[in-house]
Design a protein around this ligand. Structure first.
Ligand code: PLP
Length: 421
């Protein structure tokens, strides 16, 4: 376990956990005189702890897959590999990546626009499951499995009306979206499956929500999935009585000062009773953000601080081309300030006078990167207790949808250091 330690100048918009001492130590260890620090730090130890705890809380008749599009760094995958039931790929690129880095773990594959070559690859690799997004895709799978004479296990991805259960930030379904089959196509889909000797139907897949922060609402959603599948079992006698329901991912992370994240343990307790009442179902999760977001930190050394037309700007080494999360989510990202060590001096250090003049105390400032665009903002108008050139801005919760969703080539800056603890 880690020893928590508050940095000398903690930012008021602090993350809801304290910055671990080992992160601060890693920052100082990797700081060099020649280049100001710009790095992602991944705490693999805490990631292992987290996934173990998540898995431990889950009731019987459940499975936990990791959706690798959240973060597919090989070190992250190998840390998770021993604790998850498998991985979810959302493109042929991710299928190949898993084939290279995690060849011995079950893979599920889903995305709305699969090429015929993607489907062929998945069938030939005999992956665990393909999530079928449309009748056209099902028909392609039918043809391919027939001509390859290979079995294929499928889930039907469904979009259903979820009434007012859905109110998270990014709704993936429950209203018109490009994802999944409409319920009105289910009859036709089951007819195709029944006439296809190589297709084995394993269950239904739902992923209707993203950024879900409410345990209560998420349980309602699970309940709704179970009820709708039971109704389909009544309507379509060809459906097996024992089925797996893939309930997707979409569990949220509070990127603000809220005291608590989604209470996974409470959620699992309630889910357990739901599943005891419905022992015919296996429930499968494919979670991304909630697993990896907390293990990542994005660090920018402060290059400059200046006042411009009445506002203060802090310019860090890096920016949204490495860490697009705040721009993508349109939020102010939580951060800490780690003061530089006096022993750490910069090349062409500004004069003591100018450093003192640029330093800020007890004021508001906007934290930006190096890009020549006013959109390169990581946190706007933040209260800063004290900050000097050469200090470090440490953005927390940067382990999911961060580096890999960023416009890395824009302006051709060097990539950040990647540090795995
Ligand atoms: C992105 C995605 C996930 C993972 O979502 P998180 O919000 O990261 O948990 C799971 N299933 C599907 C189909 C997805 O597209």
């Amino acid at each position: 376990m880690t020893t928590d330690m508050t940095p000398t100048h903690s930012a008021p918009l602090a993350d809801n956990h304290l910055l671990p001492a080992k992160i601060i130590n890693a920052i100082h260890e990797h700081s060099t005189q020649s280049t100001p620090l710009c790095a992602y730090i991944y705490d693999l130890e805490s990631l292992a702890e987290r996934i173990k705890t998540m898995k431990h809380c889950l009731p019987a008749n459940t499975q936990l897959f990791y959706a690798i599009k959240a973060n597919a760094e090989p070190e992250i995958l190998s840390t998770l590999a021993d604790h998850v039931d498998g991985f979810e790929a959302a493109s042929s690129g991710e299928l190949n990546w898993l084939q290279t880095h995690q060849p011995n773990h079950p893979i599920i594959f889903g995305e709305p626009g699969k090429l015929t070559s993607d489907l062929q690859q998945a069938i030939q690799q005999q992956i665990d499951t393909i999530h079928v997004e449309s009748l056209v895709e099902l028909n392609r799978i039918q043809t391919l499995s027939q001509s390859l004479q290979l079995p294929v296990h499928i889930f039907l991805r469904m979009n259903i009306d979820i009434g007012d259960i859905g109110s998270s930030k990014l709704v993936m379904g429950g209203k018109p979206t490009p994802f999944g089959l409409d319920e009105t196509h289910l009859k036709q889909a089951l007819a195709i499956i029944d006439s296809s000797p190589f297709i084995e139907f394993c269950g239904f897949h739902f992923h209707l929500m993203s950024h879900q922060l409410s345990v209560e609402r998420h349980l309602l959603l699970m309940q709704r999935y179970i009820e709708v599948v039971k109704k389909w079992q009544q309507d379509y006698p060809s459906l097996p009585s024992k089925l797996t329901i893939n309930v997707g991912g979409g569990i949220g992370i509070h990127y603000d000062q809220r005291p608590q994240h989604f209470e996974w343990q409470v959620f699992c307790q309630q889910l357990a009773s739901m599943l005891t009442e419905n022992p015919q179902f296996m429930v499968r999760f494919e979670i991304g953000r909630f697993i990896t977001a907390p293990c990542g930190y994005y660090v920018m050394e402060v290059l400059d601080i200046k006042k411009n037309l009445g506002e203060t700007f802090v310019i860090g080494h890096g920016g949204t081309h490495h860490f697009r999360t705040p721009a993508a989510q349109q939020h102010n990202h939580p951060f800490y300030i780690v003061p530089r060590r006096m022993s750490h001096t910069m090349v062409a250090e500004p004069s003591e006078n100018l450093i003192a003049q640029a330093a800020i105390t007890g004021t508001r400032a906007t934290l930006v990167g190096q890009l020549c665009t006013p959109k390169d903002i990581l946190a706007k108008d933040q209260w800063i207790d004290a900050l000097h050139i050469g200090d470090y801005l440490v953005f927390t919760l940067a382990g999911a949808y961060a580096w890999n969703i960023s416009h890395q080539n824009f302006l051709m800056h060097e990539p950040p250091k990647m540090i795995f603890l």
